[in-house]
Design a binder for this molecule. Structure first.
Ligand SMILES: *[C@@H]1O[C@H](CO)[C@@H](O)[C@H](O)[C@H]1NC(C)=O
Ligand SMILES: *[C@@H]1O[C@H](CO)[C@@H](O)[C@H](O)[C@H]1NC(C)=O
Length: 233
């Protein structure tokens, strides 16, 4: 099962300089995605054509030896406060309150640009250590306590974001936008669960395993990825 984003909203911010990526991760991007003209061409393929491509998708499963894990970090400001909380508060956003109404719902996911209240709220969610949150704050959130993943087009969970809300086991969540960081909200990853990131192998958007994300508050910087899958052993 696949859930896909064909969003074009984030395209501009998602064209990431490949030089930064090679420097940060010692990895060369596939040629196919280095050419921005190719990306533009690719993005203009109508959705109906994409469905045909998705029909042939396989799922990249890493061999255990090839699994590299990436851990999240919480960025603190000069005063030692969680920077994303301070940023949200400065915009008048209650990080424990409901999602701000400037979040956009597109193709089954939430998205937004930097500088919006929604961006500040989603960015802050991934820095919350939910185990230590006081009950009165948790009471503002009723309902499911399952995991949420928010993906970002920039390093350090900057740039545009895509959040799928509660994600399901065994489904792949894909986007044409190149993603470079992510964070997990609402709970951590348990011992028998895995959050695997993958990217293109030829036409298969989830065809090549990239890295496995480890749970915990904060933001994890990753090599470029376009697909995520949460699964349990
Ligand atoms: C907080 O806001 C500043 C100014 O916009 C930005 O540079 C910084 O990256 C933000 N911090 C986080 C953790 O998002
Ligand atoms: C991410 O943020 C940390 C802490 O502010 C900083 O040291 C690091 O250089 C940033 N990484 C990137 C890739 O921007």
């Amino acid at each position: 099962m696949y859930k896909k984003s064909s969003s074009r909203q984030l395209l501009k911010s998602s064209v990431h300089p490949s030089v930064t990526c090679s420097q940060s991760y010692g990895q060369k991007l596939p040629k196919i995605l280095q050419a921005s003209s190719f990306i533009n061409m690719f993005m203009s393929i109508p959705l109906v054509a994409c469905v045909g491509i998705f029909a042939t998708l396989g799922q990249a499963l890493p061999s255990p030896a090839a699994v590299v894990e990436v851990k999240p970090i919480v960025i603190l400001d000069a005063q030692g406060n969680v920077e994303s909380f301070a940023n949200a508060t400065a915009l008048g956003v209650d990080i424990y309150g409901p999602m701000p109404d400037d979040a956009k719902f597109v193709d089954g996911h939430w998205e937004g640009e930097p500088g919006t209240k929604a961006h500040a709220w989603f960015r802050a969610q991934i820095d919350i250590d939910w185990d230590s949150v006081p009950e009165k704050e948790k009471e503002k959130r009723q309902g499911s306590s399952q995991m949420e993943v928010t993906m970002f087009t920039g390093d350090n969970c900057s740039g545009g974001f895509i959040s799928w809300g509660i994600i399901d086991y065994g489904e792949s969540y894909l986007t044409w936008d190149n993603m470079f960081s992510l964070g997990i909200g609402r709970r951590g990853i348990r011992g028998n669960e895995h959050l695997d990131l993958s990217t293109f192998a030829g036409d298969d958007i989830c065809g090549r395993f990239v890295i496995r994300a480890v749970g915990g508050p904060g933001c994890a910087n990753t090599p470029r990825y376009n697909c995520l899958r949460f699964w349990s052993e």
